[in-house]
Write a protein that binds this ligand. Structure first.
Ligand code: BG6
Length: 485
């Protein structure tokens, strides 16, 4: 059964930095797909704003190229493509100058429709653009402003950024994207927890032994060397994506699925994170050279770099639900496979009634797989079929979303599709609030300060990370799950 589509009302979306990579790779394809799904009316307007001095036709050509490159041919329909391109406008605008803002104002619709400003630009322009929008008199009840990481590089800069934005916009108008929250399986984690009676009673320190959150990537830092070297995995992945996953896994049930109800609960988790003071609980690594490419140091163009391309750490949450349950987080580049998942490892059964050959039991693991093969598996111990006597084996209850979608004729949307439409609809539930971002930095800052001058350990490309990361769990009598696609 194909889902019922509810189109949004007309809107204007202004994309600053519209000629950049994010816009071409993610935003334009996401908007096209939602138009193809019938969610975006032909009267919607997508206005690219960038410094390049091009005309509307040149920008439409660029958008057309982006569609041809980033949307699979089987999803491209010529007439929808034409309709989509005709919604596009362009304004050459140097945001640091006063001159162009009046031109922007005159391009916008004046029928009271929502107007979203997507700041797909370097963060140093956030304040300037916010100010430009305000001074041009463009802030009203229907205004939304969208920003994306890096949202600061420490607590102080994140606070400064929040201040800059809040001088121009109320918090209800600010949409801070963490694209992991737009991933279908991440939303499914909330459905799994709060739309089923089965798991929530077990979702605590009494029944859960530990949690593993992994975001492993096969790619290296590639063309982003000098940028990445200034950031590292702790800022690039842990401060945002991994902590957001931890929050959704650990938060209390919100009273309803609404922006502040959800974000209040996530904030409580961030504030309950125990300070990570024991150096043994943190492993930082850098990949070595291999047959696929150079070492981290070569790609970062910095032979003395102490920036990490891998992090594993053991976090704890000080509250009744989670006291004593470690949350092991792990992320890295150039690892064996691209795998992101949250694995909940339940405790062993208190007593086994079975004895004899092949009667060992294994603990249940609930794995929520973000990518690839989005889905949920629950490992169970069952009777080994066909074997004489009571012999046990383990098997997975497996729910692959990709498979069930194939049967229903639907497709798995990209995170940006969901997030951009939520901006238009004015739903902030899947966006981070300013205080959440600050709380995440408040926890990460001391970790970065204590470790940034320490040389990370080396690991082989194509491995599952440094030996020390394995030891992080071994010493607790535990093991990481395999990184395998
Ligand atoms: C980005 C990071 O936020 O997330 C990148 O800056 C990383 O370094 C990317 O590669 C991973 O996202 P995904 O959706 O491919 O897991």
């Amino acid at each position: 059964m194909v889902a019922k589509v509810v189109p949004v009302d007309s809107f204007d979306l202004v994309v600053f930095g519209a000629t950049g990579d994010l816009s071409r790779r993610k935003l334009i394809p996401a908007l096209y797909r939602r138009m193809a799904d019938g969610q975006i009316p032909d009267t919607a307007r997508i206005i690219g704003a960038a410094r390049s001095d091009m005309d509307v036709q040149a920008f439409r050509n660029m958008a057309a190229e982006a569609l041809d490159r980033f949307v699979p041919p089987e999803e491209l329909d010529q007439s929808i493509r034409d309709r989509f391109l005709s919604c596009i406008d362009y304004l050459a605008l140097d945001v640091t100058k006063e001159a162009g803002w009046a031109d922007l104002r005159s391009l916008l619709s004046d029928d009271g429709r929502p107007c979203a400003y997507y700041l797909s630009v370097a963060p140093r322009f956030f304040g300037v653009i916010a100010d430009g929008i305000r001074k041009a008199g463009l802030v009203n009840d229907m205004t939304r402003i969208v920003v994306e990481k890096p949202l600061g590089r420490d607590l102080a800069s994140a606070q400064e950024l929040n201040n800059q934005l809040s001088q121009c916009f109320s918090e209800q108008k600010i949409y801070r994207i963490d694209h992991y929250l737009g991933k279908e399986t991440v939303q499914n984690l909330m459905a799994l927890r709060f739309a089923n009676a089965l798991f929530e009673p077990l979702w605590n320190a009494r029944y859960i032994d530990h949690v593993q959150i992994t975001a492993a990537e096969k790619v290296g830092i590639e063309g982003r060397g000098p940028y990445y070297d200034n950031v590292g995995a702790m800022r690039d992945m842990v401060q945002n994506h991994l902590l957001q996953l931890l929050c959704l896994t650990a938060m209390e049930p919100p009273s309803h699925f609404a922006p502040d109800a959800v974000r209040d609960e996530k904030l409580k988790v961030l504030r309950a994170l125990e300070p990570l003071t024991d150096p043994a609980d943190i492993v930082r690594g850098q990949y070595r050279k291999d047959s696929i490419g150079g070492s981290y140091l070569e790609e970062a163009e910095n032979p003395d770099s102490r920036t990490e391309s891998f992090v594993a750490l053991k976090a704890g949450i000080s509250n009744w639900r989670w006291s004593g349950v470690p949350f092991y987080l792990r992320t890295g580049k150039r690892l064996r496979s691209r795998v992101s998942e949250i694995a909940i490892r339940f405790k062993d059964i208190p007593h086994s009634i079975f004895s004899g050959p092949q009667t060992a039991t294994k603990p249940n693991i609930l794995a929520i797989r973000l990518q690839p093969d989005e889905g949920i598996t629950l490992s169970m111990t069952v009777k080994d079929p066909g074997q004489g006597g009571m012999r046990l084996t383990d098997t997975d209850l497996d729910m692959s979303f990709a498979e069930s979608l194939t049967h229903s004729g639907a497709r798995l949307p990209d995170a940006y599709e969901r997030l951009v439409m939520d901006v238009i609809r004015g739903d902030q539930t899947l966006f981070m609030r300013g205080d959440e971002v600050e709380a995440a930095w408040a926890w990460i800052d001391p970790i970065i300060q204590a470790n940034s001058s320490i040389r990370p350990v080396q690991y082989d490309s194509g491995s599952s990370g440094p030996e020390d990361a394995l030891m992080l769990l071994h010493r607790d009598g535990r093991r990481w799950r395999e990184i395998s696609a």
